[in-house]
Design a protein around this ligand. Sequence first.
Ligand SMILES: [Zn+2]
Length: 99
Amino acid sequence: MPRRNRPPKKNNQQADELRIDSRVFGIEIAEVWSDGNWIVRRITGSAATKNYRCPGCDHEIKPATPHTLIYLEGYLDERRHWHTACWERDRKLHERLED
Ligand SMILES: [Zn+2]
C-alpha cells in the first residue's frame, strides 16, 4: 500500500515558531486579566537552555532553572521569562491594585 504523506503545509513564520515553542516548552495556560489574555507557560528545567533576565527582580534565570514564560496573547515577540515566584507575586500585586 503506497504511503504518500504530504509534508505539512508551511504557514507563516510566527505559526512555525509557535509550534516549535509548544513542542519545546509544553503546556500553556491562558490567564484572563483586565489588560488582556496572558499566555503563561511553565518551562521545565530541561527546556531551559539559556540565560534570561527576570523582569520581576532583575536577576538572572540560569539554564536548567524551571521558570515561567509569559506573553500577551498575539504578542509572542514580546515574550518574557520570569521566575515563577516573581511572576505570581507581580500578578497578585496587580490584582490587588485593581480591586
Ligand atoms: Zn525574578
